[in-house]
Design a protein around this ligand. Structure first.
Ligand SMILES: O=P(O)(O)OC[C@H]1O[C@](O)(CO)[C@@H](O)[C@@H]1O
Ligand SMILES: [Fe+2]
Length: 206
């Protein structure tokens, strides 16, 4: 039985995608532990715990392999202390699965880290497509003053592993305000992965 082809209209401002099969939101209260300035986070969360930081529309297929998951991420502008709003970040649970992101509106960046700890940063803006190759941890950051909207696409058997970032005390690099722009700074709490952990990640790709 073939699935029926579909077309989806994306609103670049709101990130709404027609005929999505799912939608979820991440609120400030869901994002404890991500930001370097714990006191600033607590103050922000106490003031407005229900504040939405990002929202996702997605279409998930019926099949469990060989198919795609695609949709949009809408991210509010804002900062906790000097650090810009960002997604939780993850590596795909099957680590050799890639992903693309396409800028719909706003400006931001894709912060990526290899299991070995190399950082790569690519800016996202409208009409820029960012390719996240297999094996890269990835996190989106809204560095602008308006919502950042991106559409994304990845294999439906990728899965998301958030533990890899938690175990290393965050990603190696943080994105912080610098005048009217941004800069990358070292995360002082970062603990590089052991060879055993790196090998375990690489093994999921075998
Ligand atoms: O799952 P996270 O790391 O919170 O970030 C959400 C982003 O990642 C995705 O899961 C896609 O990989 C999208 O939902 C969104 O772009
Ligand atoms: Fe992903």
């Amino acid at each position: 039985m073939h699935q029926t082809p579909t077309a989806h209209v994306i609103d670049p401002g709101s990130g709404h995608m027609s005929a999505a099969t799912g939608r979820y939101e991440k609120r400030i209260s869901d994002l404890a532990g991500l930001y370097e300035d714990a006191a600033a986070f607590e103050a922000f969360a106490a003031e407005d715990p229900a504040r939405i930081v990002y929202a996702v529309h997605e279409a998930r297929p019926l099949q469990s392999s060989g198919d795609l998951i695609f949709g949009t991420t809408w991210m509010q502008p804002g900062r906790i202390g000097r650090e810009f709003f960002m997604t939780r970040g993850h590596i795909h649970a099957t680590a050799n699965r890639p992903e693309t992101y396409y800028g719909e509106s706003g400006e931001g960046l894709m912060l990526m880290e290899s299991p070995e700890g190399e950082t790569q940063i690519l800016e996202v803006r409208p009409r820029v497509l960012v390719y996240v190759p297999p094996m890269w941890i990835h996190r989106s950051v809204n560095t602008g003053g308006t919502p950042l909207v991106m559409s994304f696409c990845y294999p439906c058997d990728s899965g998301q592993d958030y533990g890899i970032i938690e175990r290393s005390g965050g990603m190696a690099t943080r994105i912080v305000a610098d005048g009217s722009g941004w800069k990358a700074v070292e995360n002082a709490a970062y603990r590089p992965r052991s060879l055993a952990e790196i090998d375990a990640v690489l093994a999921t790709a075998a």
